[in-house]
Design a protein around this ligand. Structure first.
Ligand SMILES: *Cc1c(COP(=O)(O)O)cnc(C)c1O
Length: 237
């Protein structure tokens, strides 16, 4: 059997390589479902996203509303599933509701309440969201602290338009990706507790964790979504 080599197309090569590595890590972990690749396209132009779409990428992640808006308008919102993975400011929330299919960075009751209200104002029936949990403490300070999770989860039960589909985390950066493992494991445990409370409805709840340098370890620890930027699109300048 001949292996197709895309030597003239570095993006195609990297896309194939990442998908292979996801498949290998999934087999190793005994993952039941398919692990979704969210291609983190921040700082890269629409032309690169279009190329990735042609290769078969389906989900893209951006961290700034303004930048995403320009690219999504150019490409077409319906051509992909767009994820917001960066902190969302209150004054950008309405545009985020119009643009994104999934918001992975819910980090406060105020933001969740605002998004729910904006969804009804914008006639958006359902918005899929993940809660971003801060497990790194002082080193990261992104997301909600674990001790404040119950309050947010309880509040979200009242929000008709938001569908809580899982949890996301961004551990502090370590040179050795093995050091991320305890954070991933911790998020999986929290997800398990919330699942037992029926927070995710029928589903087990997504675990969005793992980036370029540690996505295989995240998959071993149960990631259902990995957010890969640099390994796919090259470094951000
Ligand atoms: C930039 C970013 C990523 C991707 O990081 P890479 O190391 O380039 O893969 C993933 N998640 C979030 C929240 C990001 O901001």
């Amino acid at each position: 059997m001949t292996k197709i080599v895309h030597s003239e197309n570095p993006l195609a090569e990297r896309f194939a390589d990442i998908n292979d590595r996801i498949a290998v890590a999934s087999r190793k972990s005994g993952a039941s479902g398919k692990v979704k690749l969210v291609a983190i396209s921040k700082t890269h132009p629409a032309s690169v996203i279009l190329e990735a779409l042609q290769l078969g990428a389906t989900d893209f992640g951006e961290n700034k509303v303004q930048e995403a808006e320009e690219k999504i308008n150019e490409i077409g919102r319906q051509r992909a599933t767009w994820h917001l993975v960066g902190h969302l400011q209150a004054n950008k929330a309405r545009r985020a509701v119009r643009l994104f299919h999934v918001i992975q960075s819910i980090d406060s009751v105020e933001l969740a309440a605002r998004l729910d209200r904006l969804c009804s104002e914008e006639n958006r029936e359902e918005l899929k969201v993940l809660i971003q949990v801060d497990l790194g403490g002082e080193a990261t300070k992104t997301g909600i602290k674990e001790e404040n999770l119950p309050e947010l989860v309880t509040a979200m039960r009242e929000y008709q338009r938001l569908r809580l589909i899982g949890l996301m985390t961004l551990p502090p950066f370590f040179d050795n990706p093995e050091d991320s493992r305890p954070f991933f494991r911790k998020l999986r445990h929290i997800r398990g507790e919330l699942y037992r409370q029926g927070v995710f409805g029928e589903s087990a709840g997504e675990l969005s964790m793992g980036m370029t340098h540690d996505f295989e370890i995240a998959i071993e620890e149960g990631a259902t979504m990995v957010r890969v930027g640099t390994a796919l699109f090259g470094s951000r300048t």
